[in-house]
Design a protein around this ligand. Structure first.
Ligand SMILES: O=C(CO)[C@@H](O)[C@H](O)[C@H](O)[C@H](O)COP(=O)(O)O
Ligand SMILES: [Zn+2]
Length: 197
């Protein structure tokens, strides 16, 4: 068991090291932070969605922005589309699960908003439909996905691909990026000397 645990930790470290060495990924993260800061400073909001573990990430990241991350400052406009069971069950029941996020984008998405779409496979239909709904409404899109990007790649303005094809490893990469992006947004909008960058 100890060896298995060490092997798992090694696999996680390997993915994070590959991310650190990936200049293109790091540049894209910078671009996503700039895109998000510009949207928030213009009075727009960030929307988040994902399935399963990625739904938890979506809620987690929205919470970091609305509440606080590293330090106290005014709340930032962010909504996870994964949390309202009445909305999710109504859409699922009346239109089908594939529309669970697209319908919410239609209702809540405004031109200038940013949608963070999480899908490790890049193939979840409710995420793909939501990305198409964003294109129709002028909502900017950021994909968080795995090495291939799946069908998301062609639908996102920016795509952050974790160099792995294994769902849990990809999710761990997303989690590292999510914290990083929330921290950088906070620091750029409400600069604080001595705060972690
Ligand atoms: O957390 C995990 C696996 O680690 C699962 O719940 C996983 O998120 C679910 O199977 C999702 O439905 C996978 O969807 P996606 O990432 O391919 O869009
Ligand atoms: Zn999981």
């Amino acid at each position: 068991m100890i060896e298995a645990i060490k092997g798992e930790l090694g696999a996680t470290i390997q993915v994070l090291q590959a991310m650190q060495a990936d200049n293109d990924l790091c540049q894209r993260v910078t671009d996503v932070v700039e895109l998000s800061v510009a949207a928030l400073q213009a009075g727009n909001k960030i929307l988040f969605a994902g399935n399963g573990g990625s739904a938890a990430d979506a809620q987690h990241w929205a919470g970091e922005l609305v509440s606080r991350f590293n330090y106290d400052r005014p709340g930032l406009a962010a909504i996870a589309l994964t949390t309202d069971t009445s909305i999710l069950t109504a859409i699922g029941n009346d239109y089908g699960y594939d529309y669970s996020f697209a319908r919410q984008i239609e209702a809540l998405g405004r031109e200038g908003d940013v949608f963070f779409a999480l899908s490790t496979s890049g193939r979840s239909k409710n995420i793909l439909r939501a990305l198409t709904a964003c294109k129709e409404r002028g909502v900017k899109t950021v994909g968080f996905t795995g090495a291939t990007g799946g069908d998301m790649l062609a639908l996102c303005d920016q795509c952050l691909r974790i160099p792995s094809t294994h769902t849990p490893r990809i999710q761990e990469g997303h989690e590292a990026l999510g914290h990083m992006i929330c921290g950088l947004i906070e620091q750029r909008i409400f600069p604080k000397t001595g705060a972690p960058a």
